[in-house]
Design a protein around this ligand. Structure first.
Ligand code: EPU
Length: 340
């Protein structure tokens, strides 16, 4: 295990912005992870766990601490019955390779999460979700290194407190646990309608009536290809904001003024309104703000076209938040975490 110094974080984050990390280390085993963390703690050096860097933003002053990249491998079927197969996967496995593998095994449960740039250990943190599935639906438990005790602990799905794009790893227990493996229970049955609107539209327009995990994977891949810019070509962090969650009275007010506003019920009193739509209504879709392009295919994604710094990104972000606030009295929440 090597520890590198002064590593430019813009090379390790898909938005391609930000200053250097003081230290960076890749760990392949739990023992190596334990060693680097204990070492950092003994010197009072803060640490940040980085996955693929596709949902984190680095600031211009970089990070005065240790960036740890967990590369612990592993793929194991740990249980099977007539309806389900349970797999345990190392945090360092590439998420989409695991999705491909389970689809090849004809299993249902994560096929709609195809093509999400992530390592498996990062996937639960923001409860990755797309096209009608989220990891909280299939994750039964995970193992994590508890940096307060130095031991591996098992956390159940309930312990993780998953909600829309959130979990304890971003809230109450931020920075405490380092995920080392995840356990997913997948189904031997085929995917069942109703499907996410864009997915059903794809099936209909391609005459697909037999729904297999492979068919869903291919459809999701095609839709993502159209809507979401490839970070390798156009630096971005996927959705830059969470979709807005508003209460019934706010929805009533919104619909009084914008009767065709898209909205989805979350529970009795709360509704999700696509932030891409809100930004579009403010006339910002496709606009270039401080070097950041509001993606013309989906206004929820910001593309770093010519931003010189994190500062440019934050100016663009604040302009968008202000415009949505002024027009709709809705406060947007940034989706990617910042390396602090
Ligand atoms: N819409 C607009 N204008 C836009 C964008 C969206 O009007 O510019 C409206 C349309 O009504 C559309 C609806 O928003 O039908 C939903 O759009 P889309 O299906 O593209 O999804 P999204 O809400 O913009 C979310 C996730 C994505 C995920 C897709 C598909 C969040 C923050 N984003 O986006 O996740 O791929 O659904 O399930 O929840 C990510 O997290 O990085 C990400 C890409």
């Amino acid at each position: 295990m090597n520890v590198h110094t002064s590593i430019p974080l813009k090379n390790y984050t898909s938005m391609q912005l930000g200053g250097p990390a003081r230290f960076m280390s890749d760990v392949m085993t739990i023992d190596e992870l334990h060693q680097v963390i204990v070492n950092a703690q003994s010197r009072n050096i803060p640490f940040f766990v980085l996955g693929s860097g596709s949902n984190v933003i680095a600031r211009d002053d970089g990070y005065e601490g240790l960036v740890v990249r967990v590369r612990i491998p592993g793929f194991e079927v740990i249980a099977e019955d007539s309806q389900t197969v349970t797999i345990k996967v190392g945090a360092g496995e590439i998420w989409d390779e695991i999705v491909a593998r389970t689809v090849d095994m004809n299993l249902t449960g994560i096929e709609a999460l195809s093509d999400i740039p992530s390592y498996c250990g990062a996937a639960p943190i923001q409860n990755i979700g797309a096209y009608g599935q989220e990891i909280a639906d299939t994750l039964t438990s995970l193992e994590a290194y508890d940096t307060t005790s130095g031991h591996i602990v098992a956390l159940s799905r309930e312990d993780c407190k998953f909600t829309y794009r959130d979990s304890i790893f971003r809230t109450d227990a931020r920075g405490r646990y380092i995920i080392t493996s995840i356990t997913l229970e997948l189904y031997k049955s085929t995917p069942e309608p109703p499907f996410y609107k864009a997915l059903q539209e794809y099936f209909d327009s391609h005459g697909i009536t037999v729904y297999t995990p492979q068919a869903v994977r291919e459809a999701v891949s095609a839709i993502r290809h159209e809507k979401l810019p490839d970070p390798a070509v156009k630096p971005n962090s996927g959705s830059f904001f969470k979709n807005a969650i508003i209460e019934q009275w706010q929805l009533d007010e919104l619909l009084a003024e914008y009767p065709s506003a898209p909205h989805y019920a979350m529970d009795e009193n709360r509704h999700k309104v696509p932030t891409g739509w809100l930004i579009e209504q403010c006339g910002l879709k496709g606009k270039l703000l401080h070097g950041m392009r509001v993606n013309p295919a989906n206004a929820l994604v910001l593309i770093n076209e010519s931003a010189a710094s994190y500062n440019d990104l934050s100016l663009a972000r604040d302009k968008i938040i202000q415009a949505v606030q002024d027009t709709f009295k809705i406060t947007l929440e940034q989706e990617p975490l910042e390396i602090v």
